[in-house]
Design a protein around this ligand. Structure first.
Ligand code: NAD
Ligand code: FES
Length: 289
């Protein structure tokens, strides 16, 4: 069991949970993820490790409450537990050793960009983070990224930072020159737009893909993606790939495969069938004389 040690609401539907997972905290690297299962029979949910504290033995997971299972996860409170966490999974982020990197985070994808930016800054790479949200309350990880370098905040409605998409600011930074690599994580249309933007500049672009995952071991094929005409499994070959080679149409299509079932489960959850509180530790039994 993995105890929830801290819970922070980052934006209206995004929650950070810090969980005890000491062995994962010790060895995880930027870009890697875990698969969590709240309780027996629960759905397996892949989540990027947004941060880790090896001294405390905790990892931070950032969860967007979009469906039944994610709502059950964010309903956990400090002191509750998750049944199992498998990881770290996937390849660590391919990092440059020096130069200038632009880290583009769209919405909740900013939580995935944070460990990448952290790893780059630790290596002495100059990091420019460009992060965006629909409006001010949807911008996350701004303070953490400011400790690592320059941060440009964008909001769709202009309520905070610059008005516009993260791609608008990315274009300007690319035009100024001197960018060695771009890392982009967020909604599929955003990652596609960033990849299209960097292509004419010839700037290597790495994106983190989030297809449907089941086992996370390369066995089920659920996370199949097409990279430069080759089939890859995001769980074992990724989750990060060359953005210029990704078939984003296929990714978007496959992400929509279970939308109807997800909607049904979500509706049932709203009607009260969520398993919230299932993993609260049982009260200790009185000791028998
Ligand atoms: P959102 O729709 O609120 O968008 C966040 C920001 O992304 C926007 O403010 C904008 O700056 C940018 N953006 C969105 N669409 C764009 C477009 N067409 N062109 C250019 N920029 C665009 O995002 P959200 O609701 O926080 O994120 C939800 C999506 O992110 C989900 O689909 C989720 O699956 C995905 N996600 C992906 C990963 C990953 O690893 N790739 C991780 C977490 C979440
Ligand atoms: Fe099953 Fe990747 S999740 S092959």
């Amino acid at each position: 069991m993995h105890l929830v040690t801290a819970k922070i609401q980052l934006s209206p539907n995004v929650t950070r949970l810090d969980l005890e997972a000491s062995r994962i905290a010790e060895i995880r690297q930027p870009g890697q993820f875990v698969i969590v299962r709240l309780g027996n029979g629960a759905e397996r949910i892949p989540l990027t490790i947004a941060d880790a504290d090896p001294a405390r033995g905790t990892i931070a997971l950032v969860i967007q409450a979009v469906g039944k299972s994610t709502r059950e996860l964010v309903a956990l409170e400090v002191g509750d537990s998750i049944l199992d966490i498998v990881g770290p999974l996937g390849h660590p982020t391919e990092m440059i050793a020096s130069g200038r990197a632009v880290c583009v985070g769209g919405g909740v994808g900013t939580a995935v960009v944070h460990p990448i930016a952290h790893g780059l800054a630790e290596r002495g790479v100059e990091v420019i983070s460009i992060i965006g949200g629909r409006s001010r309350e949807w911008v996350i990880f701004e303070e953490e990224l400011q400790r690592l370098g320059q941060v440009i905040v964008c909001t769709d409605d202009g309520s905070y930072g610059r008005k516009g998409f993260v791609t608008d600011a990315t274009r300007e930074v690319l035009e100024a020159g001197g960018v060695d690599v771009v890392y982009a994580v967020g909604p599929v249309p955003m990652m596609r737009a960033v990849a299209n933007l960097t292509r004419p500049f010839g700037v290597h672009t790495i994106v983190s893909l989030n297809p449907v995952m089941v086992d996370g071991t390369g066995m089920c094929g659920g996370c199949r993606v097409d990279i430069g005409g080759q089939t890859k499994f995001a769980c074992v070959d990724g989750p990060e790939f060359d953005g210029h080679l990704v078939d984003f149409d296929l990714l978007a299509e496959r992400l929509g495969t279970y939308r109807e079932f997800e909607q049904q489960a979500s509706t049932a959850c709203e009607a009260g069938s969520c398993r919230v509180g299932l993993t609260r530790p049982a009260p200790s039994l009185p000791v028998q004389p």
